[in-house]
Design a protein around this ligand. Sequence first.
Ligand code: GLU
Length: 508
Amino acid sequence: MRFAPSPTGHLHVGGARTALFNWLFARHHRGLFILRVEDTDAARNRPEYAQAIYDGLRWLGLDWDEGPDKGGPYEPYLQSRRAERHLQVARELLQRGLAYECFCQPRTADNVADGSSLASDDGDEENVGGANSFAPKTTLACTCAKLSAEERDAKREEISPALRLRVPKGADFVVEDLVRGTVTFPNDMVEDFVLVTGDGRTLYNLAAAVDDHDMAITHVIRGEEHLANTPKQQLIYEAMGWKAPRFAHIPIILNAQRRKLSKRDGATSLVEYQAMGYVPDAVVNFLALLGWSPGGNRELLSRKELVELFDLDRVVKHPAIFDTAKLGWLNKEYIKAAPVSDLAARVTAFIDADHRRTSAGADWKIIPSYVEKVAALLHDRVKTTTEVLELGSYFFTRGPIAPDPEAVAKYCTEPVAIDRLREVRECLARLEPFETHDVEQAIRQLAAAKGIKPSEYIHPLRVAVTGKSVSPGIFEVCSILGRDVVLQRIDALVAFLRAADATAKAGR
Ligand code: GLU
């Protein structure tokens, strides 16, 4: 099995899903999983995209088993390093009369080096699901196949020829696909295609077929946009007398409106999910369900279970729908199931990265035991790691917090609120120890002594400490923040309410 991405963009969720299906299939059948970077299109490749692919696969835990070096961890194969071998095969096909020289002006469609832009990625609904819609729509006008040896010699003086495969005429082409069944391409849909351009570049179908053969790939699992390339690659295997691998073309991924997933739907590249605080195991689980299911409505599956259950017979033909809500649900389940220390470690890593980015780290150090307490409090509530920083923003704010005006309007009506805040401040100022239980008991006793409900203290205290009208248990929040911060925040809210009151009076 192999994953053969072109490093011409960030690792897209679709690419990550292709990599995962290959990896799961390899692990399930105890085969080998190879990473081959198809970097033959010098104009469109960028090293940082190749790096993003390695980082993305490593983040997902999709390790590869082989490479050009000896002993792991392996470097990936780079297709560009194998150009001489691709040329050797093309020359052999020419010598055996199975390819011929073409002296026509190159056409764009002939020149795609890595196969990636042959993919139907324009979101055109007509292209969704129809096998033949991916086939070339033009017929070859080139007549170079008929040139005599003398004519070829003469033309070669002026122009260096491309090489085209001589595609047999007459019979239709059939792909026996492990997902889509028998797919037939009418004969005239596969023209004599270019193997090597006039300037000596070997193109995708040749390079992919030679590499898949040389790397002993038994199963090619890839996106359905490559289906139309498959008869061409099969023709190369046949011409060379090689056994072709089995092919499995996995379904396109669409958004909830059944249109191609685009930036408008949110994140489409893997790094964005990483940055939003998704957990790799949840993303793996989610990607596995894009076009495959174990049956029986099972959705929450560990990596081990996925490896045990995954096979191609349960991959569907119809488009897979990218359901962001499902990803959020899965991520929440994975966060809940993992120990609090995992969440705390992720949150700490986020804060560290953020500090490095904003160079704020020097004056504010995060104490691990503090993050651990916050993580424990929010563990069952958050969908992503970053939500800890959003929902619990008041735990990570150094200066005064801006109270939510609605919360103030609802729970801090004057003149009572200032009194309540001053009473609760006085009570907490002398409280020792300051654990959750102590804070709770002190506030309840205070309320009893004053003959009022504890909520009369709890609501304004919550606004003071969190700025919000809803939060996890306020006694616990107070004990995590510590007395100094709690008192400072009560003072700040009192000052804020006084100032607001003075402005209101002045306005009257
Ligand atoms: N390099 C091709 C792409 O990125 C992969 C084609 C294949 O898997 O054969 O789309």
